[in-house]
Design a protein around this ligand. Structure first.
Ligand code: THU
Length: 129
């Protein structure tokens, strides 16, 4: 997973921040999907690496994430941004492990539940009948 995430990072389109990110998700099927950040000159249009990996997974027909790797080149491990946490929550579980990596390997492992407590989920949408 780290290799695929690193390969994706190498293809990141990050000319504005110069902060390249690679991600790889492992689906319940065992298949791996990688993605990178894709920046845009209109900055908010930027797509994060996690979203790219999730998009590849969904397009291929998988729907459950059982593990994810996020790799950056910075000095600090890169925790997924809030939007990515919510996007991961759509297809992962609170106990899904997210490995925050540098090029050399895993720096921090955390569960999605640790990073996104009190998540907005399908139960939140339920209304009294
Ligand atoms: N970025 C990601 O790809 N994933 C995250 O979870 C955090 C931020 C990207 C977006 C942008 O291209 C760059 O990192 C700097 O914010």
């Amino acid at each position: 997973m780290l290799d695929l995430a690193r390969q994706a990072l190498a293809n990141a389109h990050a000319p504005y921040s110069r902060f390249r990110v690679g991600a790889c998700v492992r689906a319940a099927s065992g298949r791996l999907y990688a993605g990178c950040n894709v920046e845009n000159v209109s900055y908010p249009v930027t797509q994060c690496a996690e979203a790219s990996a999730i998009g590849a997974m969904v397009a291929a027909g998988d729907r459950r994430i059982v593990e994810a790797v996020i790799v950056t080149e910075g000095a600090e491990p890169c925790p997924p941004c809030g939007r990515c946490r919510q996007q991961l929550a759509e297809f992962a579980s609170p106990d899904t492990r997210l490995h925050l990596c540098g090029p050399e390997g895993v720096r921090v492992t955390a569960t999605l539940g640790e990073l996104l407590p009190m998540a907005f989920g399908p139960n939140t949408l339920k209304r009294p009948t």
